[in-house]
Design a protein around this ligand. Sequence first.
Ligand code: B3K
Ligand code: ZN
Length: 912
Amino acid sequence: MSTTIYRKDYQPYPYHIEKVSLHFSLDVTRTVVTNTMTVTRKADMPRSALILNGEDIQLESVSIDGQTTTDYTLQGEQLILHPTQDHFELTVTSTCNPSANSTLMGLYVSGNSFFTQCEAEGFRRITFYPDRPDVMSEFFVTLEADKAKYPYLLSNGNLIHTQDLDNGRHQCQWHDPFLKPCYLFALVAGDFDIREKTSKTRSGRDVLLQVYSDKGNGDQTLWALDSLERAMFWDEQRFNLELDLDRFMVVAVRDFNMGAMENKGLNIFNAAYVLADPETATDANFEGIESVIGHEYFHNWTGNRVTCRDWFQLSLKEGLTVFRDQEFSADMMARNLPPQAALSARTVKRIDDVTRLRTAQFPEDAGPMAHPIRPDSYQEIGNFYTATVYEKGAEVIRMQHTLLGEQGFQAGMQEYFHRHDGQAVTCDDFVNAMESVYCRQHPGKDLSVFRHWYSQAGTPTVQVQMDYDETKQACTITLTQSCPKVGVEKLRQDFDKKPYHIPFHIGMLTHTGLPIPLKVEHLDNARTTENHGVLLELQTQTQSWTFTHIPERPVLSLLRDFSAPVYVSYPYPAEELAVLCAHDVNPFARWEAAQELASREILRITQQIIKQQGNISSITVDTALLKVWLHNLTDMQLDAGYRSWLLALPTEKVLLERLSPMQPQALYLARRIVKESIASTHRDLWMQTYRTQHTTGEYRPDPISVGQRSLKNLALNYLLSIQDNEAISLAKMQYDSAANMTDRLGALSALMHYNATSEAIYGNTTVKAMVAQLNQDFYQHFENNPLVVDKWFALQATSAPNVAHIRELMQHPAFVLRNPNRARALLFQFCMNNTRAFHDEDGSAYAFWAEQVIALDALNPEVAARFSRVMDSWQRYAEPFKTLMQKALQKVAEHQGLSKNTTEIVSKALSI
Ligand code: B3K
Ligand code: ZN
């Protein structure tokens, strides 16, 4: 039975650890760690045991003030002492085996180097220590290793001493002047390529920025280093925050459980978020690198200088830092562009972020793992690095930004740092700082209702009612919110859900698409925004606002810019959606209207397919939808990048959330039908779009050329969905002549997804044989670049016709389960992004999933637990999927020796 930890049980640690000196004698199979802590009992707390955590390490000796002692107990994963002194020096020596550590938590070996990962509870796998974020100390670190194999020995802060030792060994000493919790500790030892530059902070200090990568990869780190400098400047300009160190290092590693880690001054990154060049990385990779480099850099203030009191407060640093990285990327994309193009670029970024939220977080909030952004309980904290804590957490910060405005929000941030710099604090402390500004702006009001976003789970629905009084020319908008219990909330009978404080951004249009100016002088909880919009603040279950001087029954533009993470329910007539699709001045709402129109049509056809038991012969697609696509295909005023989002169909994942029960095969088919119909009806326009979006000249990942490539590849995708002969040749040509990975992969991906089985003739062979040959060529060309080999596996994973194909790929010499990127490329991609083959009605892919969860769990519980979440929504599926998924889950649950991580996920899935 796993134990559950509750937020309400928080107790401060009874001792201060003022200083910690760590000495590492590094060896791949037996590393010796000597840890000396300066300990002081907290005078204001009763005398109690000193408890240190330790996991999977061997205790060698303990001494107090230099005297060896055996006066301790080693109980499970705790080392317990009962010191009689109030102030003393405690030394604990232990050993560990980095080469045997496949969990990638604690100290491990990847390639020929040593790395660490400590967040959340990995430090206890390195040494015995109070492994909790509210114990902050000053770290001194000495690293000792073979000099030839490990010429670089890195840790946090400043390098203060280096020395050669006997036997070909050497040592480096580091000191981090800032107090920190142990989850921010890091060490790296190995041989690397280094790219560096000296930059100047706003106050004129020189800082050394460095990117370390495996030998031979140094030519792929230019973009990462430049991104780091841009992040540094941006944080100064927009948040008034300057780098506090003389040296900032980023190190790329091939084996890593997630994206990257913000260790103080020594960020460790999954190589996928560092290495890029035009030949091997896509536009999305370049964007991802800039955003993750920014994210980790921004943690230096939001996470490191001010950290979390306990792990329930994780969103304090993660939600806030995601918000900051989203704004950084948006500002970078909009920079140097004329106003209209800048607005398009920002909207593209917003659409991307909202799509990510809807794809990953909305399902989470509706399933067994649903939790508030500040959870009340967990079994394994490693399972709570979720889309809710991160992405919904960022939306909750964004709403505070919307409510306070940029200036007010920045004032709140300054207040937060003024109050809490150097402390470990709570989400409440953050909201208190913001509230101090909100109260000044709105005397008599506060953020007490807003705080419910932190304590309640689930996606609220805002129902909109519009009443138009023609004689008075008045329009009344009534908003009603609801959010039934979800996940663990359902198990708590005494839990009553309360209303949220929802910033709801709206606008009104005439039937010809002109904006109607709105007046708010006489209204409470409403203020005007740009483009004749209004921000309504819904704070109770139901609220109404009456607008006057409205000359006609308006078309409503709702939840502009996705001003709150909610569902909107409003019975839009199709004609009104069409008006918004063509004319809404708010580009986000315009995109949303097109998505809504397409979603309705796909869902309608899905129901028809189910009713007709798969017979699709009589199905036709509504011409209203085709007309909207025609309009957007020919609207040359719009930027290519924005247009590519406007013309894309909602993803299967987003659509599936709106289907009850979930019918993956029928939905897949319905979406295909709509796509093919849009492709064939507008075939010539797609062809024209394809031909006009060709980028030339040197590769640049700027929003204009990224947008062009994206629209071009979208056009190719539509055309190949109808197996258009000319398009097949164009795709082949695009692959052969591609000057960058976006174009090469775009062509190959479209061919693999739509033509990999086509027996049609191509030259003197078949299309199928031609595609197979390109696939082979791709592998051979890039087999020495692991990140491209990941792309190659992922492409096949998402286009494979069945699970047998995946089993075959697992036999490929390049497949390694132990490497998380590789496992994610093949296994996760297949189970998460290949609807047709994964949801095979014979359940064979579900059984495969169970097998792989068990295999992965034995190696790496954190990654296995993430993979086990594939089945979260099983109860919402139709038969036979539901029962087959349940069986697969049970198979995993019954496995002996399953990790705590995976146990929490599957047991919640089966019981809630
Ligand atoms: N803070 C790390 C996450 C670590 C999670 C480890 N289980 C990455 C980030 O959010 O920046
Ligand atoms: Zn983070």
